[in-house]
Design a protein around this ligand. Structure first.
Ligand code: AR6
Length: 181
């Protein structure tokens, strides 16, 4: 399933299978792996990814770091650290927006044309997915506008509920968009 405008695609699938110049990882501040999409990316990339991550010294919430992608069908992995949802009054919205901004900037600085995002913070970190989707789509749209190299971004949603939330956010921003099933 796909919903797309000219530069933003929302798909349902597994991000480790995406052929994009940059794949974004929803990491934690240690950058040393974990469960969810982080675990899937480390598993698919292979042990060299952890070795490189061990040299980075972690990453604060809202910021991003870049590594090679090893066995993934991508050139780079941008690891970003989403906020833990604490009720919505602890700067979570701004921190989540900062994740998308910093990830897009790093990808663009590395001459990426295409980038694939998972739904940052909406799994283990508990960020409400509808709210996260609005922030993600707004920041991706703004980031693509100012990018020098980036042409397209794909939101890769793991489940149907996540896909529906991002599809709704994209439709809300651009009307019906173009739907391809
Ligand atoms: N492809 C795309 N999306 C996926 C995949 C996949 N292969 N696997 C899971 N998701 P989460 P967070 C979705 O928990 O909330 C980790 O342990 C998942 O269904 O991976 O930012 C880190 O180390 C959900 O929609 O990330 C951190 O400690 C989305 O990815 C912590 O979890 C994000 O869920 C980060 O929590």
């Amino acid at each position: 399933m796909t919903l797309q405008t000219d530069r933003i695609l929302v798909v349902q699938g597994d991000i480790t299978r995406q052929h994009a110049d940059v794949i974004v990882n929803a990491a934690n501040s240690t950058l040393l792996g974990g469960g969810g999409v982080d675990g899937a990316i480390h598993h698919a990339a292979g042990p060299e990814l952890l070795q490189e991550c061990q040299t980075l010294g972690g990453c604060p919430t809202g910021q991003s770091r870049i590594t090679r992608a090893y066995r993934l069908p991508a050139k780079w992995i941008v690891h970003t650290v989403g906020p833990v949802w604490l009720g919505g009054n602890r700067g979570e919205d701004e921190l989540l927006a900062a994740c998308y901004r910093s990830a897009l900037l790093l990808a663009d600085q590395h001459q990426a044309k295409t980038v694939a995002f998972p739904s940052i913070s909406t799994g283990a970190y508990g960020f409400p997915v509808e709210r996260a989707a609005q922030i993600a789509i707004a920041e991706i749209a703004a980031g693509l506008e100012t990018a020098r190299n980036l042409e397209r971004a794909t939101m890769v949603c793991f489940g149907a509920a996540t896909f529906a939330a991002y599809q709704a956010a994209l439709e809300q921003r651009w009307g019906a968009g173009r739907r391809e099933m």
